[in-house]
Design a protein around this ligand. Structure first.
Ligand code: MRU
Length: 349
């Protein structure tokens, strides 16, 4: 088990496990400046919706500490919040975590005046709370996940929604790891997840390290393994869930959902309630990140794969329509259609 995001001992940096180097190298980075932090989010050195939120909490605390005494603290904090928030648009956990931090700062000013030490202490506590909550959340999601599958079944997962993308256990992989602790033997198929290979590099790494029976497949093999009867459930994470249950996750997820419906395989989405965004009416309102062309034309290939003149389209996420989703599993329980009602109810709990 690796610490993917933590505070340095002297609390002047956020320490992350550089996910772009996995699985070949275990390399930690000490990030001190806003530019380094922004770069880490944008280049996916830290990634996965909950992990980005956890990172953002610690990042804002570290940056708040370095605001000069002469500067307007609240105004500078707001600028830093906006700077970090303008990195990746799809995962709502980023803005939600930053907003939690800003609220705490505001409330501390209201209750204790502009006492810098008190504000910093409150920011530190909130950042730790965001991380600790996620550990408990993933554990609870894992329990619900286990109620949906049986020992020895085949599970297909997509992208990486494991401990690297969260804190412990992960969301989509939570049930798999918890099951392993309890003696279940799942057969997990993980899709490589073009173009950045989070499945091949990260999920396969985590599952194999956890002693899980893991088979890596190219994304284009999903239909074949489903047709062969190897898959009994699909487990995926998500970056934002709209009020009607439409769900954004890594590009290609909706393709898996369409296939699952065709082969009558249940398709489960796992997320903390912090990933619900009921202010988005449906998937059309979810902002979808578009990423640099080179990820597609070159990416992990030794040399450029595609011809120079070809046009590239590189959306990083897609939206799975609610009617393809068997259930949305959160730490508070399992939501089923009609999602308009079940998600509202679970959010109010
Ligand atoms: O671009 P990434 O690697 O940050 O995308 C991550 C995903 O799509 C995950 O499935 C999602 O964030 C859920 S992580 C628990």
């Amino acid at each position: 088990m690796y610490d993917n995001v933590k505070l340095s001992e002297d609390e002047t940096a956020v320490v992350i496990l550089d996910q772009t180097k996995l699985p070949g190298k275990i390399e930690y980075l000490n990030l001190k400046t806003a530019a380094e932090m922004k770069n880490a989010i944008m280049t996916l050195q830290v990634r996965g919706a909950p992990a980005i939120g956890i990172f953002a909490g610690y990042a804002l605390f570290v940056l708040a500490k370095s605001i000069p005494q002469t500067a307007n603290f609240s105004a500078t904090l707001k600028e830093l919040r906006n700077y970090l928030n303008a990195t990746r648009p799809t995962a709502v956990n980023l803005s939600k975590a930053l907003d939690r931090m800003m609220n705490v700062a505001r409330n501390t000013v209201k209750s204790s005046g502009k006492n810098r030490e008190k504000i910093l202490e409150a920011l530190w506590r909130e950042a730790r709370l965001i991380q600790h909550e996620d550990v408990a959340t993933c554990r609870s999601i894992a329990e619900y996940a286990l109620s949906l599958v049986k020992d020895r079944q085949g599970i297909l997962t997509y992208c990486n929604a494991g401990a690297l993308a969260t804190s412990r256990y992960g969301t989509a992989t939570g049930g798999i790891f918890l099951g392993a602790e309890r003696g279940y033997n799942f057969k997990v198929y993980c899709c490589e997840t073009r173009p950045l290979m989070q499945g091949a590099r990260l999920t396969a790494f985590e599952l194999v390290e956890g002693g899980i029976d893991t088979t890596l497949i190219c994304d284009s093999m999903a239909s074949k393994v489903m047709a062969e009867g190897r898959i009994h459930a699909c487990f995926v994470g998500c970056d934002r869930v709209a009020a009607n249950g439409d769900t954004a996750n890594k590009i290609g997820t909706s393709m898996i959902a369409v296939l699952a419906k065709h082969y009558r395989i249940p398709f489960y989405v796992f997320c903390p309630t912090s990933t619900l965004d009921l202010s988005c009416k449906n998937g059309k309102e979810i902002p979808i990140e578009t990423r640099p062309d080179d990820e597609v034309h070159s990416g992990y290939f030794r040399e450029r794969l595609a011809p120079e003149d070809v046009k590239i389209y590189n959306p990083s996420f897609d939206v799975t329509p609610a009617d393809l989703i068997t259930a949305i599993v959160t730490e508070k329980g399992v939501c089923r259609a009609p999602y308009g009602e079940s998600l509202k109810k679970i959010s109010a709990m």
